[in-house]
Ligand binder design. Structure first.
Ligand code: ADP
Ligand code: MG
Length: 281
C-alpha cells in the first residue's frame, strides 16, 4: 500500500463538512461504487458511483432508459449487480436479499404502489415487516411510541395509528386499500415503508398521479422526516419538484452518471440539456 499523494491527501480537506466526512469515511448512509448491471447484451448500468449525504433529499434523474430503475433495483437487492458495490452506513450490502437490506435500514417505495387492496389501510400497515433494531428516528416525530413495552401486537397497532396520523390518513384506517385514490395510495405506500424504521428511503416516482394538495403533504412529510435524520433518494419525473426540493441531483444517461450537483448547476449544464433535448427541463 502506498501513501496517497500530497495533493489528494484526505487530511488536506478544509471545509468543516469535508473534514467531518473524512473523520467518518464510513458514515455515509448510502454509497454506490462502480455499479454495473448487464442484461444479456444490454448494459443498463455502466459503472455508476455516487454518495448520498445523511439527512439529504438527493434526486436521481435522467431520460427514459437511463438506468435509474435498474440502479434502484441493484441498491435494494431486487437485482444482483454484475459488478460494483453498495454500502449502507459503510457496510457492503451488495447482493443481499431485499428483506435483509430492509432489516439493515434501507427501504424503497415502488412506482406502482403495492398495497393489498382487500385489506384495510390499518391492516396494510400492520403487515409491513418491523425492523426491531435500535431506536427509531420516527419515535421523536411520533411521541406516542415512546411508552413502555406492552405487547408486540399492541405496539404495532399503536405505531400504525401514529404513522397514519403523521401522514394524515388516519381517517382512512378502516377503508379497504383498494378503494383509495391514487394519491392516497402513494401516502399509504410511504407510510408502509416507514413502518420498518428505515434510515434510508428510496422513493420511486412517489408523486406520479398525486394531486397538488397531497403532493404538498407528501413533500412536507419528507421534510419533517429529513429533519429527524432520515435520508431520501428520489427518482421523480417532475423537474419542478426535483429542482426545488433536492439539494443534490445526480443525472444519469445511458447507464452512466452524466453530471451531479445543485439545481442551478444541473439546469445550466450543457451535457444535461443535450441529454434531455426535446424533454422539458
Ligand atoms: P430508467 O428507469 O432510467 O428509465 P431502466 O433502468 O428501466 O431505465 O432501463 C435501463 C436499460 O436497461 C433500458 O435499456 C432497459 O430496456 C434495460 N432493462 C431494464 N431492465 C431490464 C431487464 N429486466 N431485462 C432486460 N433489459 C432491461
Ligand atoms: Mg424507470
Amino acid at each position: 500500500m502506498s501513501e496517497p499523494a500530497a495533493d489528494t491527501d484526505p487530511e488536506a480537506a478544509d471545509s468543516p463538512v469535508e473534514q467531518a466526512a473524512q473523520r467518518t469515511p464510513s458514515g455515509l448512509p448510502l454509497r454506490v461504487d462502480g455499479l454495473r448491471k448487464e442484461f444479456g447484451g444490454i448494459t443498463a448500468v455502466d459503472g455508476v458511483s455516487f454518495e448520498v449525504e445523511s439527512g439529504s433529499l438527493t434526486g436521481l434523474i435522467g431520460p427514459n432508459g437511463a438506468g435509474k430503475s435498474t440502479t434502484f433495483n441493484c441498491i435494494t437487492g431486487v437485482h444482483e449487480p454484475t459488478a460494483g458495490d453498495v454500502y449502507l452506513n459503510g457496510e457492503a450490502i451488495t447482493g443481499l436479499a431485499p428483506y435483509e437490506i430492509a432489516q439493515r435500514g434501507l427501504v424503497r417505495t415502488f412506482q406502482i404502489a403495492r398495497e393489498l387492496p382487500e385489506m384495510t389501510v390499518l391492516e396494510n400497515l400492520m403487515l409491513a415487516p418491523k425492523n426491531q433494531q435500535g431506536e427509531s428516528a420516527l419515535r421523536s416525530v411520533l411521541p406516542g411510541l415512546r411508552g413502555g413495552v406492552v405487547d408486540q401486537e399492541e405496539q404495532l397497532r399503536e405505531r400504525a395509528w401514529e404513522t397514519l396520523e403523521f401522514f394524515e390518513i388516519d381517517h382512512l384506517a378502516t377503508e379497504y386499500a383498494g378503494s383509495l385514490s391514487g394519491g392516497q395510495r402513494k401516502l399509504l405506500e410511504m407510510a408502509r415503508a416507514l413502518m420498518t424504521d428505515p434510515e434510508v428511503v428510496l422513493l420511486d416516482e412517489p408523486l406520479a398521479g398525486v394531486n397538488p394538495t397531497l403532493e404538498e403533504k407528501l413533500l412536507d412529510r419528507v421534510d419533517d422526516l429529513r429533519a429527524e435524520g432520515y435520508t431520501f433518494l428520489l427518482v421523480e419525473h417532475d423537474m419542478d419538484v426535483i429542482m426545488h426540493h433536492c439539494e443534490h441531483i445526480i443525472v444519469m444517461h445511458q447507464g452512466q452518471v452524466l453530471a451531479e450537483g445543485g439545481a442551478e448547476e444541473i439546469r445550466t449544464n450543457d451535457r444535461v440539456i443535450e441529454a434531455y433535448l426535446g424533454d422539458d427541463l
